[in-house]
Design a protein around this ligand. Structure first.
Ligand SMILES: C[S@@+](CC[C@H](N)C(=O)[O-])C[C@H]1O[C@@H](n2cnc3c(N)ncnc32)[C@H](O)[C@@H]1O
Length: 254
């Protein structure tokens, strides 16, 4: 294991990210955003957050834990803002650069390689629930945001003890815990909402499914693909039975 909190997560967010890039190249660039949104849920969730980040054409934006770059690619295409992607898994960081032409750096949220106040806005989607080191990650976000900068969050929160089988390596906070962590990091929470994960155009799911099918055709026998499928299946089941809730929030750097 190198950086993440379980080998299963490294397979899902590293190896499979590289395979996703390979499949998108085979199927065509219109597949990149839907396949590249790994965990960010839906286009509706991205729109809800982007509308609240105070973005202008010149905004300096960070996508923290960007994965293969689908959300940042969406932001560039829909809002004309080119985010900088930071992501600890090298295969994913490389895919974000190659698929969307965005600046991308391999880095953990807890050690961001940026100057203080380097960004006017940031988002961090589906990441805080994949690390138990949340306070240092939020402190880093606060450090790299200018005063008054906005932070958009998607976090899968656990409202009650979760029934097994649990995805390996995840650490889902309660909403109360999350609010306390934001407060301690001098990130003042404003609007919140629950994401509707089904709120994407039908071609999104069709294209994401086509990419999954292509990865499966190429790598379906590889245990890392089966492990990654099992991981995402477990998260999906917890969301479907309401044990996990896709929480959206926007905070301001005080
Ligand atoms: C569910 S995926 C979401 C990816 C992307 N934000 C999206 O919405 O498509 C979680 C991402 O968090 C990254 N991650 C895990 N631990 C991290 C950490 N300590 N710092 C930054 N990113 C991390 C993973 O590598 C993975 O790309």
């Amino acid at each position: 294991m190198t950086e993440l909190e379980s080998e299963a997560m490294e397979a899902e967010f590293g190896t499979v990210a590289g395979w996703t890039e390979e499949a998108v190249r085979a199927l065509g660039p219109e597949h990149a955003v839907p396949a590249g949104c790994r965990g960010s849920g839906s286009e509706g969730a991205l729109r809800w957050l982007a509308d609240r980040l105070g973005l202008t054409a010149g905004s300096r934006v960070l996508d923290d834990g960007a994965g293969v770059g689908g959300p940042a690619g969406w932001l560039a295409a829909e809002r004309g803002v080119r985010a900088v992607c930071a992501e600890p898994m090298h295969e994913a960081a490389r895919a974000a650069h190659r698929l969307f032409g965005l600046p991308s750096v391999t880095a953990l949220a807890q050690r961001l390689p940026f100057a203080d106040a380097a960004f006017d806005a940031a988002w961090c989607l589906g990441v805080l629930c994949t690390t138990s080191d949340k306070a240092p990650a939020l402190a880093e976000l606060r450090r790299v945001l200018a005063d008054g900068g906005r932070l958009g969050l998607l976090v899968f929160v656990a409202d009650r003890p979760l029934p097994p089988p649990l995805p390996e390596g995840n650490d889902f906070p309660t909403e109360e815990e999350l609010r306390g962590l934001l407060d301690a990091a001098a990130l003042r929470l404003g609007e919140t909402a629950t994401a509707d994960l089904g709120d994407s155009p039908p071609e999104w799911s069709e294209r994401a499914d086509a990419v999954d099918a292509e990865v499966s055709r190429r790598h379906g026998d590889d245990p890392r693909w089966q492990q990654a499928q099992e991981q995402s299946g477990r998260v999906g089941r917890l969301l479907a039975d309401g044990a996990l809730r896709p929480w959206l929030g926007v905070a301001t750097a005080d």
